[in-house]
Ligand binder design. Structure first.
Ligand code: MG
Length: 216
């Protein structure tokens, strides 16, 4: 039997394939506002952190302009760039069928989540969808994950948080739940391993085995 009665997921790069969209949105904002681009590895490393905070890192004075340029391009191009992870859909369906409560804790804004779900509707209904508006502090702080677990009626010791970034695993550790890394998003296996996670999954099959406590 699974030690988990509740699984909370990161959204970008974990449940839906938004990494190419995010990288292209950053490059567009950087090009049009600052006349430069940044290395893709740097942009990927920032995924999961609040957007405005990332823009302040590029240029404190022009962060709001960067933010606005990113958002308008991102929204206009979401339909063209967004992708699904078919294996993840299967995992989520199997977990739902196993009566495990499912939630999302993302640093995305609510309207961006709604847009993504209009284009790629979720395969199951998530009992909690925590967005950046819902907590004062964000990942790598534990607050969004704790909020989702509470909304799902569970406790951290019975919960897992699944994410593709180092900041996801740090937030999960801080929340006191099992930190599960996946390698199909922004970070490499080595980057995830450096955070000493509970487990790392390279495939949907592995993720399901970890979450259900079965052999892959
Ligand atoms: Mg992510």
């Amino acid at each position: 039997m699974s030690r988990f009665d509740c699984v909370v997921f990161d959204l970008d790069g974990t449940l839906i394939d938004t990494v190419p969209l995010i990288v292209a949105s950053h490059q567009h904002a950087l090009r049009t506002v600052l006349g430069r681009e940044e290395p893709e590895a740097l942009l990927r490393a920032g995924i999961g952190r609040p957007l405005l905070e990332q823009m302040e890192g590029f240029d404190r004075e022009r962060a709001q302009e960067l933010f606005d340029a990113y958002r308008s391009w991102n929204h206009a191009n979401t339909a063209a760039y967004l992708g699904r992870f078919p294996e993840v859909d299967e995992v989520v369906e199997r977990l739902a069928a196993s009566q495990i409560a499912l939630g999302i804790a993302t640093s995305k804004m609510r309207d961006a989540v709604d847009l993504a779900f209009r284009i790629e509707p979720p395969i199951v209904s998530f009992g909690a969808v925590v967005t950046i508006e819902d907590t004062v502090r964000h990942k790598p702080h534990p607050d969004p994950i704790l909020h989702a677990i509470e909304l799902l009626g569970s406790v951290p010791t019975r919960a897992a948080y699944v994410g593709d970034a180092a900041s996801d695993l740090r937030a999960a550790h801080a929340a006191g739940c099992a930190a599960v890394g996946v390698t199909w998003g922004a970070a490499s296996r080595a980057e995830l391993e450096a955070e000493a996670p509970y487990a790392i999954a390279e495939t949907g099959r592995e993720l399901l085995a970890i979450l259900l406590g079965e052999e892959p």
